[in-house]
Unconditional design. Sequence first.
Length: 319
Amino acid sequence: MPQRFISLIICSAIVLGLGACGAKSTAGLLTVRGRVAVDGSKSMQPFNLKAETVFGNFTGDEDTSVETSGDSVALKRLCAGEIDIASVAREITAAESRACAKNGVDLQRVMIAHQAAVLVTNRSLAIPCLKDSQLNLLWQRGSKIDNYRQLGSGSPQAPVSLFGPTESSAAFQLFTSSITGQAGDSRGDYKKFIYPQGPAMIAAVAADQDALGYFDYAWVRDQLGQVGQVAVDAGDGCVAPTLAAIQDGSYPLSRPLYYYFDRAKSGQLSAVGTFVEITIANATLFANRYFLVPLTAEQIVTERVNWLKQTGRYKRSAG
């Protein structure tokens, strides 16, 4: 279906300083001025810092800031008018939306990437799939499970040997909130690996015949051939941690990542609008380079179209 975007479209070549999209586009970009304040999830910091750098290269701005106060604090600050973009790993709540509306903030959302935690085992440990209830029994705070057979008759008779990220990691927050229902609720007697030690954790799992662990998918995706991967059943059957399942949201240990911002501040040639354009134009490149899971090409188009429609800058061609 032919489409035409009647807006300032930043091509990836210009954004990264690798080429040019034409003098007219460049001239438009040079009129953009203003600082952008971003706050939110720690997992999105490298991605956001790259967008900040590119934005600064275009505008000459040196005051744009990227902070990592967490989702709830960032959304509260956005609704209070203290920041321009909340970069978060969850959807905004109804109460948070009401707070924004009360303060005159007309919220707009753009999905920018995905994140996932992948469950892995030593290849000799026969655990092809685990229910979320079994994972809860195994990983919840105070768990006394010390043999996989305690998870059910189909589980192997082998001592539990667990691996995972440290408590400060985004993968830890994602996994615990998804499995135990509360971020941070986890047993502590497992072998911990800090970022960027994902490959080291995979090597450790590959060397321990009883090992089972989890880590951020994007940090270990190139090493997954060394270990077994465990599918997760959250009630709709076993879903393996494939790229497609993460991107379409069917893999239970995955989540989309968002920008929330005030629609009134995101018009053409605005600082916030330009920052968002840079992000969308380079969403795949930034995600792959900075350890997130990229949107699909179709998702990128959908997010761009939805954003431009809401700002009144989208029009379909007659053809």
